[in-house]
Design a protein around this ligand. Structure first.
Ligand code: GLN
Length: 255
């Protein structure tokens, strides 16, 4: 399964956030710690999106292992941002290894990533896909489960659902239609990160003015907390709360 990470806080270099720490995303591309049977390495591509002084986030993605892109690694030292979402990919069997299949997916102010897979793809998703405008299907980034999830989520948000409710509903609906799916999502607009833990690893590190939501802790800081399975997490620079996706109640968890 892919690995992903989102950061909100004071501006930090991409190197600080993605490549320099003991278990940084770069390390997770070749030696992830907690794949839970979903592949071995994350070498089918990577992507990073960050918020800058532009209307929309900047996105860089390529279908090569992160460690092979020397230009990207050089860029990481020179680019800083206070809001970043990045991923390394282990393509699900049968899905193409191409740039446009790599997260983050983007549109308007959003960055989105999916760690996991949808069982019985694509048949299990025919019903949900049929509810999308044809033009959304014709302009999918790639013929993958993750790209479809992004199209579905984007459509629901632009139709008026709150991002949190849209993510919660999408995960529970897909899980009902395709039992056994792994649905760890990350969505951010640069101010809030919404994440889900659905049959895969997710952890949160919340500081005084920053927060990290990641598949795997980037170090052994004891403040990292695992997000319970089948939970949604809403993280901002000032706090974190979790929501149980199985009983549809909202409760305050980690702070
Ligand atoms: N199924 C998605 C893809 O193939 C995500 C893969 C993963 O999480 N390993 O892109």
């Amino acid at each position: 399964m892919c690995r992903h990470i989102a950061y909100l806080g004071p501006a930090r270099s991409l190197a600080d956030l993605l490549t320099e720490r003991d278990n940084a995303l770069l390390t997770q591309s070749w030696a992830p710690c907690d794949m839970r049977g979903g592949g071995t390495v994350n070498a089918d591509g990577f992507g990073v999106g960050w918020y800058a002084d532009t209307e929309q986030p900047v996105r860089y993605r390529r279908s090569v292992p992160m460690w092979t892109d020397a230009n990207f690694l050089a860029l990481c030292g020179a680019v800083s941002s206070g809001a970043v979402l990045a991923a390394v990919r282990s393509a699900t069997v049968g899905m193409p290894v191409i740039d446009t299949a790599c997260a983050p997916f983007t549109g308007d102010q959003w960055l989105f990533s999916h760690n996991g897979r949808i069982t019985d793809w694509p048949d299990s998703m025919a019903v949900l896909a049929a509810g999308l405008p044809v033009t959304d299907l014709l302009t999918l980034d790639a013929p993958t489960d993750s790209a479809l999830l992004w199209a579905l989520l984007r459509h629901r948000i632009s139709s008026g659902a709150t991002p949190e409710d849209a993510v919660a509903a999408l995960v529970t609906e897909v899980a009902a239609l395709a039992p056994g799916s792994r649905l760890n999502l990350l969505l951010t607009d640069g101010e809030t990160v919404i994440g889900t833990a659905w049959d895969h690893a997710l952890s949160v590190l919340s500081g005084v003015d920053d927060v990290v939501v990641a598949s795997e802790p980037w170090d052994d800081d004891p403040r990292w907390q695992p997000v319970p399975d089948r939970h949604l997490v809403v993280a901002t620079r000032s706090g974190v709360r979790t929501r149980d996706l199985t009983d549809h109640t909202t409760k305050t968890g980690m702070t």
